[in-house]
Design a protein around this ligand. Sequence first.
Ligand SMILES: [Zn+2]
Ligand SMILES: [Zn+2]
Length: 364
Amino acid sequence: MTQSAPRQFPCRNCGAGLVFTPGTNEMTCPYCGDVNPIPTTSQTVDEQNFLEQLEVDDGQSSDLMTEVLTVRCQSCGAQTTLGPNVTAGRCPFCDSPIIAARAQSQRLVKPKALLPFAINRDQAMEVFGRWLKGLWFAPDSLKRTYQRTGMNGVYLPAWTYDTNTQTVYVGERGEDYYETQWYTVMVNGRSQRQSRNVKKTRWYPANGQVTVDFDDVLIMASQSLPGRYVQELEPWDLKALQPYQPEYLAGFFAESYQVNLQQGFEQARALMEEPIRQNIRQDIGGDRQRIYTVNTSYHDISFKHILLPVWISAYHYGNRTFLFVVNARTGEVQGDRPYSWVKITLLVVLMCGLIVLGLWMLQG
Ligand SMILES: [Zn+2]
Ligand SMILES: [Zn+2]
């Protein structure tokens, strides 16, 4: 069991709290600039046994679990852990003040691996600026909000699952054939016989078994970001996962998972359904397939709890808060945006005017 207070990493030079530098294996002192390398670890990114972990109940102590201090945002409900040396006091998802004194201890599955930030805050701000400039019908004043906007680095929680599946199915195989149909038409008052080919399908019973192996089915365990963002931020370079080390969290937020290990697996099962059905269709063969029953068993289920890095700006415009999110590995961007109804209305009026003018000239 690890201690609940986030570990601090003091600068060897001046003692101030170090901050992880994106794109490197170093922590930097924000005060004296001293660069401190992150020690290499002998840990590896292993899979963990799913069923064993499910049995680890809250009363037992296990070195797979960890006790962490999480702060719940009173405004949006996001639960974050403040990484070592995090000084920001605002919720990264809605920009409301969060009160660190209200932190509560939570027992959670330990993260196994993470993708460290590759893109730094300045680069994320630049991407944000470019995105704002490229928006059609954005209010002009929106571009000014950019200067006032903060950006937070957050590690989002996720699960990956591996499993070998075996599926027994019952269905039917359809084979197409053509049948010649004769019919009579009247041509110039005389009846004439003509033929046409009609496609038909013959169905045969089909049943069997398919095995499909899945590797790293990714389920986001955050509920603070809308689902569509999470999908759009993919793909993640999971091959580059590194063993979890708290040094990589220094200066960053980490959201604690809201979708637990079991719920995550239910979602993963839903994702596996379609690939399994595709395999069944291939196994049935023929021109078309019907699937009546599908019975899947999941073997050797293993999982990893991982953390994925994003830069988030919860920016205000009018009375609303919009979210802008950057995948801090790839620079992929997702954002909510306000529209300028004045600009859109002006354009519509202009288009109508042009149409009327065009019609008038055609008549002339
Ligand atoms: Zn220092
Ligand atoms: Zn919040």
